[in-house]
Design a protein around this ligand. Structure first.
Ligand SMILES: NC(=O)c1ccc[n+]([C@@H]2O[C@H](COP(=O)([O-])OP(=O)(O)OC[C@H]3O[C@@H](n4cnc5c(N)ncnc54)[C@H](O)[C@@H]3O)[C@@H](O)[C@H]2O)c1
Ligand SMILES: [Zn+2]
Length: 316
């Protein structure tokens, strides 16, 4: 099994153990130049990949046109991919927004194994703040819409999240793959003890592992430069293989399309015949791979989408 070349840790995005699904994508996922105008002028802005033009629509009429012209029927399989953007309306910042603002540390200083080894106390201060914020946060309407979609679709739904805040589960989602781990769990940086639920706040100290002599506890999140669990990639790949036999929708929400491997899922899904949708506040780096792009806040767009498409999603 090879690895994506992402440059040397500690300053690069998470390295992944590759699967067939991702190997070919690394070379082709390049930056796409997109204009950034008018994104916030309308409730949201839609453009189709066919014309590459942005047009403002009243949301309901856009969904109506889509619903009326979309001839494919049958059970929808929906793979939803979320990123930090979906939790912004719950009051949680993206790392990009935090960068440089957090006590004069770049986020990557405290979100790498190297940074943790250098200064575990500062790293824990950062992650303790993230824990406390996530505990206070409440799932927003975007999270709720995805939980409702899972209720409607059951096994035909899978949610892959890059978020570590646990808000999807608190909104009611159960079919969740947490690609980057979970903020509310810790593990040892030395021994093999299983990760365990931990919402304690560690300020001014770095906790020692009680089960081995020299390990430190660390948050059970995947840091920049660390590998994503292969079993998680396998779940995504298996779902895509199943979805490819049906009507398959891939929808990315609140993610900039920069961090691999998630940024590459859209291309793989399209190869398997998926229709691809992006719901994001700003244009994403991998936007060229999306059939439809809806720019705006996911807490507004997702409930609207759900209201318009509920009947379609429920069709047998
Ligand atoms: N809540 C969390 O768990 C959390 C928070 C910060 C960072 N992260 C981690 O940061 C990494 C960054 O990757 P990423 O792609 O997830 O985030 P990102 O910061 O790279 O991109 C976030 C995207 O969300 C969009 N956005 C902002 N507000 C939005 C809104 N209201 N509705 C819809 N879109 C909105 C932005 O335009 C941006 O493109 C991930 O690895 C993730 O694990 C997680
Ligand atoms: Zn230990």
């Amino acid at each position: 099994m090879g690895r994506l070349s992402g440059g040397s840790p500690p300053v690069e995005p998470p390295t992944i153990r590759m699967t067939r699904a991702t190997r070919s994508i690394a070379a082709t996922s390049g930056p796409t130049k997109m204009g950034r105008s008018a994104a916030r002028a309308a409730p949201f802005v839609v453009h189709s990949a066919a014309t590459r033009q942005r047009t403002s629509f009243a949301p309901a009429s856009e969904w109506y046109v889509w619903a009326m012209t979309h001839s494919t029927t049958g059970p929808v399989h929906l793979l939803a991919l979320t990123g930090a953007g979906i939790s912004v309306e719950s009051g949680l910042s993206t790392y990009r927004a935090m960068n440089g603002l957090w006590r004069n540390h770049a986020v990557k200083d405290v979100a790498t194994p190297y940074g943790f080894a250098q200064d575990p106390v500062t790293s824990w201060s950062f992650w303790s703040e993230r824990r406390a914020e996530a505990q206070r946060a409440v799932p927003n309407q975007g999270h709720v819409a995805l939980a409702t979609l899972e209720q409607l679709l059951g096994d035909r739904f899978l949610l892959v999240t890059q978020n570590v805040d646990g808000l999807h589960q608190r909104a009611g989602n159960q079919r969740v793959v947490e690609l980057h781990g979970n903020l509310h769990e810790s593990r040892c940086d030395k021994c093999e003890r299983p990760r365990f639920a931990d919402d304690r706040i560690y300020q001014g100290s770095a906790p020692k592992c009680e089960q081995c002599s020299d390990g430190l506890l660390r948050p059970a999140v995947v840091w920049f430069g660390e590998a994503i669990q292969q079993k998680d990639m396998d779940v995504v790949e298996r779902f895509m293989a199943r979805a490819a036999k049906h009507r398959f929708i891939f929808m990315a929400i609140g993610t900039s399309g920069i961090v691999t491997p998630a940024s590459a899922f859209v291309e793989e899904a399209r190869k398997l015949g998926a229709e691809s949708w992006l719901v994001n506040l700003d244009p994403a780096r991998n936007e060229a791979y999306f059939d439809r792009v809806l720019l705006g806040e996911s807490g507004t767009i997702l409930p609207q989408l759900l209201a318009e498409k509920r009947a379609q999603f429920m069709s047998p």
